[in-house]
Ligand binder design. Structure first.
Ligand code: G6P
Length: 609
């Protein structure tokens, strides 16, 4: 998730306005930024790694001439944050400049093809193919609008782009597919941006572009065409009355809710990561004799889920370990035949880094899954996957948890294939199953949101909760409990449901709320989960449960408050079934009057031991 902005003014300079707009988009990404403007037939570009204010101090971004320009603030997916990888990107002669938000899935093959035709690439990004494709169109006699249309038709994946060119210095051409893009209509000029906050102080009149739409902006007009049909589209203008704060949250009350809701999109982005990295990671795991999954907090829960998934899908033993315990617990068994896969959203968690640095010193192979490209974990790992979930601002991890689960499951499938447990067809089937995750999560949210709001109001004053699950849903229970605990401050526990009779059951008294995650009836753990529910129910517990539709009939007599979810493919279950518990935690926190985005005493990234 990056932020893009473009503006073409009737008078004055574009660069300061672009810088300020990028600042308002920084919540979409902040590891590098840049601006391109056109003046006197020449393209000016300033870009670098770092946050906008730092770059501005170094390069004076305002000091760029021209009434027209584009800008970008980046959240790296392909290529680490660096000067070369920062946007805008240009063609061979810097006659075209492009900013892009999204992931171009077929960039590898496009890049090869363009290089064969003599194009020179300066960065490691997927984006850079776009200006070179446009360059070819312009060379073949197309105008800028036509060249952009021809280029975007060749792109697979997601994009929101803004393009300027010295060949037609009086227009911006922008286009989108799957990544957001809005056009702002102002008194003093025209604007385009990833998101409304960018131009809120300038104008509140806007047009939202849909997939495959291309907008051509001049200083006092805009035109929208469909890139596939090339027909003009008449768009409805909207007036936004959001406050800047509300706009940043996409109209939601909190970032946490926005991030829960954007999971289908974020999961799609994780699915877009090239198989190449997953394959490399799988190969490294197979090579090792001992394998540890090391992480903290929510990321640790993803590792717990992964240990079940690896065992079932890939017949591979991986040991999930809480990072701060790793050295004491397994330090003496780490050697050069050990692989340590560290999972960290931020890639900067001190406990995780201490564990991997220790393992590295002892010769272990360090692998990583992180959401932050260029983080310390990336630098220390021999292979890593950047999960591309986009920046997460709410302290409680939501979309990055489901992204981690997806990435880990994909690695397990790759291991199974490499070990010969499944053939090409089998791999394809499993990957197809997994690719349903975004849609299933969307359905779960749609089906459960209102119901969970009511339940949160009903239960928010309880003094404690217990979360129980079996199999992979032990991890779902642990994560559901962590979400509730960290943002509503209700002391809660999570157990493997089978273990609950060895202690926890003593706590149960009439009215004590117990949250179960129930699998579908054909799951091997179903009968045992049902027995555990009955044990709790017979002691008077209030049973709340995530229940797939197919199980409702069998459990309804024992569950007081079912949260009914659709049946989803097996591999998608851990990803889909945590979502109602994220929502439950969120709404309980709101019902208690807390700010779920800023839980007391907690930090998003804990960089101390
Ligand atoms: C902190 C955050 C948690 C997070 C954990 C691990 O405790 O509050 O939300 O799960 O760190 O962070 P990481 O960035 O390594 O995934």
């Amino acid at each position: 998730m990056c932020g893009i902005f473009g503006c073409i003014l009737k008078k004055g300079r574009a660069a300061p306005l672009i810088r300020e707009a990028l600042k308002r988009l920084e919540y979409r990404g902040y590891d590098s930024a840049g601006i391109a403007t056109i003046h006197g037939g020449k393209l000016y570009v300033k870009k670098d790694a770092g946050k906008i204010d730092e770059i501005h101090r170094r390069l004076d971004l305002d000091d760029m001439p021209g009434r027209i320009g584009i800008g970008h603030t980046r959240w790296a997916t392909h290529g680490a944050p660096s000067q070369e990888n920062a946007h805008p990107h240009g063609d061979c002669k810097w006659e075209v400049a492009v900013v892009h938000n999204g992931i171009i899935e077929n960039f590898d093959e496009l890049k090869k093809e363009l290089m064969e035709r003599g194009h020179e690439f300066k960065s490691k990004t997927d984006t850079e193919v776009i200006p070179h494709l446009i360059e070819e169109g312009l060379k073949n006699g197309l105008n800028l609008e036509e060249a952009v249309i021809e280029a975007v038709r060749r792109l697979e994946g997601s994009f929101a782009i803004a393009v300027i060119s010295t060949k037609e210095p009086d227009k911006i051409v922008c286009a989108r597919k799957e990544s957001p893009l809005v056009v702002g209509i102002g008194e003093d000029g025209m604007y385009c941006a990833s998101d409304v906050p960018a131009f809120l102080p300038i104008t509140r009149r806007m047009v939202v572009l849909d997939d495959w739409e291309v907008a051509v902006l001049t200083e006092d007009s805009y035109k929208v065409v469909n890139a596939l049909t090339e027909e003009e589209v008449i768009k409805e203008e909207r007036h936004v009355d959001w406050s800047p704060e509300l706009a940043m949250k996409g109209g939601y009350d909190h970032f946490m809710l926005k991030e829960i809701m954007e999971q289908p999109e974020a999961l799609k982005n994780t699915l877009r990561i090239s198989d190449f990295y997953y394959d490399l990671l799988a190969a490294s795991l197979i090579k090792a004799e001992r394998r540890f999954l090391v992480a903290c907090g929510t990321s640790y829960h993803a590792c717990v889920a992964a240990s079940y998934i690896f065992s079932k899908v890939a017949k591979m033993h991986v040991e999930p370990v809480i990072a701060s315990e790793f050295v004491q617990r397994y330090g003496e068994v780490v050697d050069e035949r050990t692989a340590v896969l560290a999972v960290s959203q931020s890639g900067e968690t001190a406990d995780t880094l201490v564990a991997v640095r220790y393992a590295k010193r002892k010769g272990a192979d360090i692998l990583g899954i992180t959401n932050v490209m260029g983080s310390s974990l990336c630098r220390i790992s021999s292979v890593y996957v950047g999960q591309s979930s986009g920046p997460e601002i709410g302290v409680a991890a939501t979309k990055t948890y489901t992204g981690q689960l997806l990435a880990l499951t994909k690695i397990a499938i790759k291991v199974a294939r490499r070990k010969g447990l499944i053939d090409e067809k089998g791999e394809k089937e499993l990957l197809e199953e997994l690719s349903k995750a975004p849609e299933e999560v969307r359905k779960v949210i749609e089906k459960t949101k209102e119901r969970i709001k009511e339940l949160a109001v009903k239960y928010h004053n309880r003094k404690s909760f217990c979360f129980l699950g079996r199999g992979v849903h032990v991890a779902t229970a642990m994560e559901g409990r962590l979400k509730l605990l960290e943002i509503s401050y209700i002391p809660s526990i999570a157990y493997p449901a089978g273990e609950s009779k060895h202690g926890f059951i003593a706590v149960v008294e009439p009215g004590y709320p117990v949250v179960f995650i129930i699998p579908p009836p054909d799951d091997e753990t179903f009968d045992d989960v049902l027995s555990n529910i009955i044990e709790m129910k017979s002691r008077g517990a209030d049973i709340i449960a995530v229940v797939p539709e197919s199980a409702l009939e069998k459990v309804k007599d024992f569950v007081d408050d079912p949260i009914v979810v659709p049946d989803v493919p097996k591999l998608v279950e851990p990803i889909a079934f945590i979502v109602p518990l994220q929502l439950f935690a969120y709404y309980v926190s709101v019902a208690k009057g807390y700010d779920p985005d800023k839980p007391r005493n907690l930090a998003k990234s804990v960089t101390v031991k």
